[in-house]
Write a protein that binds this ligand. Sequence first.
Ligand SMILES: [Fe+2]
Length: 283
Amino acid sequence: MNRLNAISEEIEQLDLATSGQSLARLKRDEMVALNSTLLHELYFASLGGDGRVLPDGLASAIAKDFGSVDRWRQEFVGIANGLAGGSGWVLLTYVPRDGRLVNQIASDHAQSIAGGVPILALDMYEHAYHLEFGANATAYIAAFMRNIDWSAVKLRYEDAIKVAPPRPLEQKEFGDVPSISVEEVREMLTSGSPVQIIDTRPKHYTTKAQDIMEGAVWRDPERLDDWIGTLSRTEPVVTFCVYGFHIGCQTASALRKAGFDARYMAGGHYAWKAIKGPVKLFE
Ligand SMILES: [Fe+2]
């Protein structure tokens, strides 16, 4: 806390117009000091029980996300053993984005999962155990596990699951443009049903792109007027861009206004690659 307060004071006294590098260094130090206090608070709040029986609701949540409570325990202890002789935290963290629990390492008192809510913390910095356990980290870890206050962890879990997941990106301007999934596009290609697939990744992007979806042609989205005349009016059109958020939607929208049956491929080029859809060299 003293260190954190000293850092905050230093930051307040900086001339922000000229202090770029000092500011960046102090903000890094501030994060380490702040997170260190937060994790130490959680560490002490994790202790004081008998470590034995997990309350029902928490046991079933852990079993759901790790396979079983034993499997969770093995992983948690395994991570701790892996940090023995080094440093870092082992955390059991709830991730609202995914609605699940994960075990994680937090090095340098930081690197917590963005938006994650840690509910159990094990300090694996040597200062936590060398006075009582010397180099015997295994005994320290076992003692920690025997003293977990599971009823307190359960209450923190109940608080954590109330945290709403981050809101997804919404693009109201494209709300009425229909999309098609990469799986559906693959099905169209496999079944041979007629479709015109247009890769509309921006021109500046194509200079570093190495591959293109098999069956697609690249067209410059900035020059729609030049190529719109080459499209068949009777076959459906599928457009896509890098991640399927913006340019692909825009092009599909413009084509629909021109009377084409156009949809954008949700997730774009990378969604196609994620399902291992065939690609070819992009020339
Ligand atoms: Fe510590």
